[in-house]
Structures are given as C-alpha cells and as structure tokens.
Design a protein around this ligand. Structure first.
Ligand code: DC
Length: 227
C-alpha cells in the first residue's frame, strides 16, 4: 500500500488554487506545494538578468544550468523559494513576474527541468499540489484530482483585492487583460497545456465564498480517500 496520498489541483490563474490549497493542507495536516512558485522563480531569474519577455523565452533554456532552485518549508508551514541560495519568495510575486513565469513555462525544457523536483515532493509526503498540469502530467496517479475554476471577471476582481492588500494596486481592466492573456498562453501552449484531467472533479468557485469553496474541496477529498 502507498504510504502517502496526493491531491492534484489544476486550474487557471486566480481561481483561488493557492489560498484554498493552503487552507485544505492545514485542515488535513498535509504538505501544500505551490508549483507556480517554481515557474515564477525561473521567470524571475530571466527578469533579474534584464531580459525582455521575448528574450526570456528565447534564452531561458540556455540559462537552466545556472539556475538552482530550492523549496524550504518554514516553521509556519509556508513554502519559501530559494534561487541560487537567495530567498526570492517575495520577489517572485511582483506583478511583472507573472508574465515571465507564463512565458518560460511554455518551454518543454523548462518543464522537464522542474518535473522531478515536483514528483519527489509527492513521493516523500502526502501533498496537495497546485498548478496547471499536476493531474495530467506531474502526478497522473494522484488519488484525488480537482479542476478549480471561476469566471475571468471574478478572478480579476479577486486578484485586484489581493494586489491592493499587498500595496501594489493595478487597474481592474489591466488585471483582467493579463488574466485573459495568461489563460490563452497556458491553454494554447504545446507543452503540457492547462486542461482538466479526465478523472478530475470540477469545482467552480464563481459563486462560492472562500469557506464554501474550501469545504467543497475537502468533501471531494474525503469522498475519495476517506480522510
Ligand atoms: O499559479 P501561478 O500564477 O503562480 O503560475 C505562474 C505561471 O506558471 C502560470 O502562468 C502558468 C505557469 N505554471 C505552469 O505552467 N505549470 C504549473 N504547474 C504551474 C504554473
């Protein structure tokens, strides 16, 4: 029998994957793995080298040798990202890094480079892992798969509130445009595009509160693995 179980949570940007997965991890006492943060760390590396978005896409493959990524968990259970030894947890959340992450994540070489790191975490721990291709590529045998979604407008509103709370407000129209652009990039790329796994359960949070969404996810998990 397997020692650990895995919950794969996929869906578009801003559907609430990370906040909800973190809350569910806490409730079930399992590890939360935010895979977007890993792609953001690679994107941040290209950004910090002064590359434009186009250059980042062209050059990132040749830069992989100089990228060493580590994930560490603090006493608070929160995931921190280290790039070549430096803590970049806060920097990777800067709004401009989202597009860099989306751009570098389209390259198969980048995805292959990060695959084993994600699988190892799931071998060594019970996890709830969120991303775009967790149920389809990274953990195709995950015991539970959830496809978390919400309308682009609601996702943009939530992202605006989040940015405001962080003191980096951006206009709603611009946030919506970026969300739609990233949806397009993430679903149309050739390498591991965002798509619902055939055996995933869809949870649409457009009309749900945070608590309702969390409970809906926990309910799916309990049904599947009896936790
Ligand atoms: O979830 P996020 O917004 O932090 O992710 C940043 C980008 O990384 C997003 O545009 C898509 C990409 N990504 C991916 O391609 N595969 C994943 N498993 C997670 C994120």
């Amino acid at each position: 029998m397997k020692k650990h179980f895995a919950v794969a949570v996929d869906g578009p940007s801003g559907a609430g994957k990370s906040t909800l997965s973190r809350a569910v991890a806490k409730e079930l006492g399992i590890l939360y793995v935010d895979t977007g943060a890993i792609y953001r760390t690679v994107g941040y590396h290209t950004f910090s080298k002064g590359l434009s978005l186009d250059e980042a896409g062209e050059k990132v493959t040749s830069l992989l040798d100089e990228i060493h990524i580590e994930m560490r968990y603090g006493a608070d259970g929160l995931q921190r990202m280290y790039l070549n030894g430096a803590d970049v947890t806060d920097e990777i959340r800067l709004p401009q890094i989202s597009m860099y992450a989306s751009c570098v994540s389209a390259l198969p070489e980048v995805r292959a480079f990060l695959l084993e790191m994600q699988r190892r975490l799931a071998r060594e721990n019970s996890v709830i892992m969120d991303g775009r291709d967790i149920g389809t590529v990274v953990l195709p045998d995950a015991e539970v798969k959830i496809f978390l979604t919400a309308s682009a407008q609601v996702r943009a509103k939530r992202r605006c509130a989040e940015l405001e709370a962080r003191g980096t407000s951006e206009p709603y129209e611009e946030v919506l445009r970026q969300i739609e652009q990233r949806d397009y990039n993430d679903t149309h790329r050739a390498a591991a595009p965002l798509r619902k796994a055939d055996d995933a359960v869809t949870v649409d949070t457009t009309k749900l509160t945070f608590e309702e969404s969390r409970d809906a996810i926990i309910c799916v998990i309990r049904e599947r693995i009896g936790k």
